[in-house]
Design a protein. Structure first.
Length: 84
């Protein structure tokens, strides 16, 4: 097996080493019954793969709905009267 692949029992017994390898080398793969089960990766790598590519403003500007001419003006009428 590759040196970044661990059987579950080995990963449990050498968890500190697995974490160190994930932090300083590359993501570590843990197998269960011979099948790939999970990947352990550094927090920095996790942030890289989960961080949005653009911010919200840029996302909305690039939306296919940006050109539909949505009326976003506020209704300035007074609220309706209610009896209390």
């Amino acid at each position: 097996m590759k040196d970044n692949t661990w059987q579950l029992q080995e990963a449990k017994s050498k968890f500190s080493q697995l974490v160190e390898n994930a932090m300083h080398k590359e993501p570590q793969i843990v197998t269960k019954h011979g099948d790939k089960a999970v990947v352990v990766l550094s927090f920095e790598e996790y942030i890289k793969i989960t961080k949005p590519k653009t911010d919200l403003v840029e996302f909305l500007r690039n939306s296919p709905l940006a050109e539909i001419g949505l009326d976003i003006t506020r209704n300035k009428d007074m609220p309706r009267e209610i009896d209390l």
